[in-house]
Write a protein that binds this ligand. Sequence first.
Ligand SMILES: Cc1ncc(COP(=O)(O)O)c(C=O)c1O
Length: 303
Amino acid sequence: MAMPSALGALEKTFNRSPLTRINDPLFRQRTVELWLKRDDLLHPVISGNKWRKLKYSLQHALSLGADTLISMGGAYSNHLHALAYTGHVLGLKTIGFIRGGQPNVLTPSLADMRGWGMELKFVSRTDYRQLRLYKHWQALPGIKPGQYWLPEGGAQTLALPGIAELVHELDSPYDVLCVPCGTGTTLAGLIAAAPAKASIIGFAALKNAGFLTAEIAALLEQQQDNWQVNLDYHFGGFAKTNAQLMAFITAFETRTAIPLEPVYTGKMLYGLYDLLKKDYFSAGQRIIAIHTGGLQGNRGFGD
Ligand SMILES: Cc1ncc(COP(=O)(O)O)c(C=O)c1O
């Protein structure tokens, strides 16, 4: 499928994200290497895994002649934030179903979305859960011609080829790939594209995320056994934090000058360091962890 010119022009505004070695004594002592794929630096607005996941769905939507993109997310959603901006740049209408009632004051993320022309529809948590069930681009009840539905987090098989592009950019050898998980779509993309000898670990950002394993398997064409979802570092639930996590993030940022956020990449790195201290990794192993961006969400943590 040819890339529509508007999408090609948008893609030209992206940087290749660097792969950076984290030269931390803790890793050096155990002769384990940690590298970070800095997808937070892909683009000033559409950071991290958002573009990776959206690109081929957008191509599909444009090839169908869609003029409206509809999706769902929370009041700090990185996915909706990226979608609203993309719609603005591509000249497409966007509609976002937002979890929970309308706040008196819009969060900075919602204000950006509205500023880029997204129509915000606030829905109850019950209705939001119902929307999660619609997983195909036409599945939204009442969808009209020209409208294209993107499931929560852009989770559909069309997200996978974009994530494969990230894997193909990794120009340093590795034994382990790590990524934070919300819907698990980014993890599925890594599993599908990485060599079978690599181990792939997803770190769940939410509590009780055991269901993710089946959802990820459903996105994969081939079943493999070189991956797992670690459920131990959710810190009480989605977007929940504690002083220990925040202190870890501050110390990491100070040592490396790499900004983190506490919802996804911060939790993954905390988990990685903890597993390292527990000698989970073997001497000589090289780990590449994906920084999935989402730094705009830091505005929800008052810094
Ligand atoms: C910054 C960030 N990292 C990681 C994820 C998790 O990605 P996935 O839903 O593909 O597991 C998300 C959510 O989409 C996100 O916004």
